[in-house]
Write a protein that binds this ligand. Sequence first.
Ligand SMILES: [Zn+2]
Length: 450
Amino acid sequence: MTSWYTRFVSQLLFPLHERLKRHSTYRLLPALEKSQWLSPQQLEQLQQDKLQSFIRQVVADVPYYQQLFKQLGLSAADIQSVADLAKLPLLDKTLIRSHSKQLFSNRPYRFSRGSTGGSSGQPLTFYMDQHRVSHDVAAKLRATRWWGVDIGDPEAVIWGAPIELGKQSRLKSWRDKLFRSVLMPALTLTPELIAGQLQQLQQQKPAMVFGYPSVIYQLCLAAKRQQIKLESLGVKVVFVTSEMLYPHERNIISQSFQCPIANGYGARDAGFIAHECPAGSMHISAEDIIVELLDDDGQPVAAGQSGEIVVTHLATPGFPFIRYRTGDMAQLALQPCSCGRGLPVLANVQGRRRDFLVTTAGDQLHSWGVVYLLRDVSAIEKFKVIQHQATAIELLVVSEQPLSPDTQTDIRRQFQRLLGADMAISITRVTDIPAAANGKYCYVENKLVS
Ligand SMILES: [Zn+2]
């Protein structure tokens, strides 16, 4: 049963919060709750109508697309269906970096800035208008409710990056308190940190846990070693995202908490792409996101075949994401899901590979720790971090100009703060960092384990 406090948050407080931020989240949510049950054909029609009006808007208001359509001899009317999107080139991080000014709409949207290291190791800064944020939050709320929980239920967020935590304002921490969300930093997995988190979980007794699967997995292993019974916490569901969820991790996490695991696939840049339902399918947020699966030549793969996930986010009129390459692979499921939702199903998502680095004290550092640092260094176009030895790390960078001595000192200092003061860090400028054999970049590689 939903507690009165959860109802207070989900029906009053969070809707008010969203209204104050001028987000239309709660106007969108009822429509999404309904449209998930439409037939695949009806959803396709809905998507197509949205695509047409989105393209009209973009061609009218966004300089980059005005020019592109002109160059290609196209008008907005030439893009009627998902198949017509093939007339447009793919969008990637390099393109966004070099055209970020022309990608802004001429209309006055309210933007928030996003950045990502992504799977490619190419840092990217991009912008999200209020429509996009509202649609992504609404899609997330809908998927949360699939699992019998809602915003306002006690939540433990096992997440974290030093920078984002540093930016946590007093206002944000008040907001978290009201929404009963507890943020637990989890980059360097020291025994003390794990012990502290386990203690915090026992005190909070969250209804839902949210975070990186690799980190929650480590936490479960530690709990097992210390004979702490996580199943007594009463967690109803564990939401994992941002990384590939391996079957062994799913098993251990599910056994430990004695609850289902709900996997999410998406990213800040690409949007809230797909989320697992209780019947076990990853449903695409098809009302707002078109997923194309393409082969190496950029052609759509046959049904049931694996292809690169390329997304068009239909709620991005202010800074459009059209045919954006994620670098991840998946298949489209041939069978509809038994839960009855008409939303298409993504299968076998092959997400980003990740590795841990090892600090000089022997603790594991989640690779996102260094990714978060490097993505904010504007001079760096691409990077790769390689740990050769327990006390030596090599950073390869691609940059237009050599990094200044100050920047290098700063990077070394920040790396040593995370990895130990006695970690030797060499920085080498290279002309390119080639992708691995599978076509994917691996931005952190630990030679100690591979
Ligand atoms: Zn389903």
